[in-house]
Design a protein. Sequence first.
Length: 259
Amino acid sequence: MANPQLHNGHTRVANEILNQIMKTNLNGTQFRLVIAIWRFTYGFQRKEYEMSTGYLAQLIDTKSRSYIDRELTALIDRKIVTVKEIGQKGARVLSFNKNYKEWADKNTSKEEAIPEIKPKKKPTTRKRKYNEDNTFYKMAVYFYNLVEKVAQDAGLPHLTKKANMQTWADDMRKLVEIDEVDKKLAKEVMDWVVNDSFWKTNVLSARKLRDKFPELAIKMKAQKQPEKPKQPKDHRDKDIELQQWIAEGNDPDEFNWND
């Protein structure tokens, strides 16, 4: 049996905000997104937090990132949620706008729209096509050239031989448009991952790059941070200790000069 207790953690939300959010026309997903943002901002006594669409989808147990992106965009357009900047992980830094007088009333989401009855048709899916001048196609080719060399050096050329550049380009597009990763950061991670002793043979496709991108970006930045030089020990510290030793009435000959 579940038995939640306040002393195990709670989120402080002003009653005035609760009263107003109850009156606001939000669909189910938008309301769950607001709760998720409250949980990881107010729930940790902070006003903002970096959250990607993938992270939000995981929080509210929804698989579709594009759907989450659409509903989050609706909240941003209505000024219920605000975006401060792009964070260090490449995702948006989100915050809840408690000034509800700035909120827009109209809900532009399609979730609550009355469905139009149409004759059933066979579902058709159109795949995007990317030409060689397309930015995402160029990103795909760039990364492919890097991982192809890694695969060849490892004696595993078959792993990249049948790579589909259209599929790779689409994964690059999703990385930028859906996951909201900066293109410059994406290139830095591509260059880094093919030189990392562990990851270079574990990330040999654009899809794998996208799936592991947050983890890869964090590890890359951690490795690039310079280590702080150790401060040399001041020999005068021992002199000070000796003076204190003598002041306490101890024999100077018994003083321990070792560290």
